[in-house]
Ligand binder design. Structure first.
Ligand code: ADP
Ligand code: MG
Length: 403
């Protein structure tokens, strides 16, 4: 895969950078700027080399046309602050304003184009429609750098098609992500524990499937655990339960036994009568969940057992909060697991949008972990062993030239 080093002299070149700036917004206020921060090093490097940097990104899920609530304007301000230089903001992606903004860029200057998903061609399933939009994107620049890890699993114009149209390289962020994910799948140092939580089993089936053959221990908490507990014959009250996945959970439990992978499930859970921050919470054993209560966090005994497995591992991958961490009463399990990850003597990786948000919300800093992945879906798909189109296309364009 070509890196920025392989693009040659960058001074004066117009470099289109696909970043992942999909931050949570409250009105026009960014509530977690982690992704903006993560995108800075690649942009800064291009600036330092005198490139004319054109940043391309999406925000939210607009429907292929301009929608002010998803404007990237607030991100342009934050990016300006972080870079310590004015980032020019174009009010469209490939229109008159984008073209003028790019034409006016000096060496070492940065522009951010408006939300790429304001254009129907970006996410179109029709190759020709996507290609036509990618032509317009490519016309703005001389080179392309793919640095939005959160989108490399998407076959979209600004991720995939544009890489076919310009000399392309992978940015430092994507490169770092891929290196870490490789370590998790190819040669993890043992013991290797995979910790899964979050809301749905059905979201994580592929990962469980693939990692069952790689990990030594699979630790399961969060909302998805109730489907596993149901598979073991426990009553789960009104907890989150995917009835149609109970069979699958059963199958994983028996496959794990065959493979010699130990599966660690909670022994106690924090329950409450309602999904509410101030609902009265109590801790019960897993076989004592009352019919009219729901499990909203793993209990303290389980959290400690999970932490022990984590601390005793050399490689840990964690995806999915252990409970409804958004509510203080149900955040303890997630906090204990996060704390244990910070104490791992080896590689600890946090993957998943909500998991990354959880560790930051709970007051942990990024540098306490080996790696916090910026891309939830992308890291999961990589760990499932799938081919990510945004990476595959960079491999192809690289090998064409060396062939
Ligand atoms: P990620 O984005 O890190 O992959 P998910 O999206 O799978 O994580 O899951 C995150 C969500 O799971 C959080 O919003 C959290 O509140 C929810 N969750 C965790 N445990 C439970 C539970 N016991 N019941 C309901 N929801 C839960
Ligand atoms: Mg999520």
């Amino acid at each position: 895969m070509k890196t920025v080093d392989d693009l040659g002299k960058l001074k004066g070149k117009r470099v289109l950078v696909r970043s992942d700036l999909n931050v949570p917004l409250d009105g026009a206020t960014i509530t977690d700027d982690g992704r903006v921060r993560a995108s800075v090093p690649t942009i800064q490097r291009l600036v330092d080399e005198g490139a004319r940097v054109i940043v391309l990104a999406h925000l939210g899920r607009p429907k292929g046309e301009p929608d002010p609530q998803y404007s990237l304007a607030p991100v342009a301000s934050r990016l300006s602050e972080l870079l310590g230089t004015t980032v020019r903001f174009a009010s469209d992606t490939v229109g008159v304003d984008a073209q003028r903004t790019v034409a006016e860029l000096g060496n070492g200057e940065v522009a951010l184009l408006e939300n790429v998903r304001f254009n129907a061609g970006e996410t179109s399933k029709d190759d020709a429609e996507r290609g036509a939009f990618a032509d317009q994107l490519a016309a703005l620049a001389d080179l392309f750098v793919s640095d939005g890890f959160g989108v490399v699993h998407r076959k979209q114009a600004s991720v995939y098609d544009v890489a076919e149209r310009l000399p392309a390289a992978v940015g430092g962020l994507v490169q770092a992500e891929v290196e870490v994910l490789k370590r998790l799948t190819e040669s993890p140092e043992r013991p290797y524990a995979v910790v899964l939580g979050g809301s749905k089993v059905s979201d994580k089936l592929g990962v469980i499937d693939h990692l069952l053959t790689k990990a030594d221990t699979l630790v399961i908490g969060g909302g998805m655990v109730f489907t596993f507990l149901a598979a073991q014959g426990h009553g789960v009250g009104t907890s989150l339960l995917e009835q149609d996945q109970i069979g699958v959970a059963e199958e994983y439990l028996s496959r794990a036994r065959e493979l010699g992978v130990s599966i660690v499930l909670p022994t106690d859970v924090v329950v409450a009568p309602e999904f509410k921050a101030d609902a009265p919470a109590t801790t019960v054993a897993v076989d004592q969940i009352p019919d009219d209560q729901m499990g909203l966090d793993i209990g303290p005994e389980s959290a400690e057992a999970f932490a022990e497995v984590i601390r005793g591992s050399k490689t840990v991958f964690w995806n999915g909060p252990m409970g409804v961490f958004e509510m203080a009463a149900f955040a303890a399990g997630t906090r204990t697991v996060a704390q244990a990850l910070t104490e791992v003597d080896g590689l600890s990786v946090v993957g998943g949008g909500d998991s990354a948000a959880a560790v930051r919300q709970l007051g942990f800093t990024d540098d306490q972990f080996g790696h916090i992945s910026t891309g939830g879906g992308a890291s999961l798909e990589y760990l499932e062993g799938k081919t990510l189109p945004g990476l595959a296309i960079l491999d192809e364009s690289g090998s064409e030239e060396s062939a």
